[in-house]
Design a protein around this ligand. Structure first.
Ligand code: DAK
Length: 255
């Protein structure tokens, strides 16, 4: 039975987990379903933005009940990273819309997104050490890069969850809204992004990500300049600038 759904309309794809009885805890089957749907998003030229949102709870982590009796080999079944890495490699912007719990593997899923929006009652953290393990789906890498090593270590070493206002203060989420506005706010932002020049948005996401991985700032600026100039081969650059001069809205064609 499908526990992950993908709905796409007007250039926005929404990926949701539907396992409310376990607060959307993630098991192998769910992550496999997610993997297939992410492939669909990657192959769909009409998608301009992906929103990841699950009702009431983003995800309370990997499925502890399925993990409890694993030996070393069995634990490897919980390798969510290949799928999570696919999300980070999507060329279009991604937004995690977080209601309720985003814990452990759920927090790590939220970290794969470019942007996070949280509801006021969201609780986010890495409780793994309370279970005798540590985050293993990218959290030890992505959290320190996003909020800095000291704050990430505090969260990961203590396992304590933080609330939305604290998450906002440390840059873990971009903004906090009323709980019932989380999806709406993410969709509003996704629609705003979807109106922009799609080639430029995809290219600048790649340039930013490459810049983050590039230790040499000068090299980073060279990559930026090279990619920027390539946009002048696109229809959308001509249209965007022509529309400005003609005082009208551009009609981008994604080429
Ligand atoms: N797994 C399985 N079931 C879960 C679950 C989880 N993570 N979280 C909640 N549930 C289930 C509960 O067992 C309960 O089911 P029943 O007992 O009714 O059958 C139902 O959801 C409702 O939960 P509660 O009754 O506990 O609800 P409460 O409101 O009282 O408490 C809670 C909510 C979120 C505080 C509590 O459910 C909780 O503490 N949940 C566990 C949170 C957690 O520890 N999450 C981290 C899991 S470890 C790796 C890959 C991935 C990972 C690590 C390594 N490698 C490949 C290396 C990831 C690890 C994790 O995420």
């Amino acid at each position: 039975m499908a526990q992950v759904t993908l709905k796409a309309a007007e250039g926005i794809a929404v990926l949701s987990v539907d396992r409310p009885e376990a607060l959307n805890a993630l098991n192998r089957e769910i992550v496999d379903q997610m993997d297939e749907l992410i492939d669909q998003v990657a192959a769909d030229d009409s998608v301009r933005c992906l929103v990841i949102h699950s009702d009431k709870n983003f995800a309370a982590g990997a499925d502890i009940k399925a993990m409890a009796e694993c030996d070393e080999e069995g634990a490897k079944v919980f390798a969510f990273s290949p799928t999570y890495n696919k999300i980070t490699k999507l060329s279009v912007p991604t937004i995690a819309a977080i209601e309720g719990y985003a814990l452990g593997g759920g927090m790590e899923l939220a970290l794969t997104a470019d942007i996070r929006i949280a509801g006021k009652s969201a609780k986010m953290g890495f409780p793994e050490v309370t279970l005798g393990i540590f985050p293993g789906a990218g959290g030890t890498i992505r959290a320190p890069k996003l909020i800095g090593p000291a704050l990430a270590k505090e969260m990961i070493f203590t396992g304590d969850a933080i609330k939305a206002d604290r998450a906002l203060a440390i840059g873990l989420v971009n903004r906090v809204v009323e709980d019932d506005q989380v999806l709406e706010e993410a969709m509003k932002l996704a629609k705003r992004i979807a109106k922009r020049g799609p080639v430029a948005v995809r290219m600048v996401k790649d340039v930013i990500n490459r810049g983050l991985e590039e230790p040499d700032v000068i090299k980073g600026t060279e990559i930026e300049a090279e990619q920027w100039a390539k946009l002048f081969n696109t229809y959308d650059q001509k249209e965007g600038m022509k529309a400005f001069m003609e005082k009208r809205k551009p009609t981008f064609q994604n080429r």
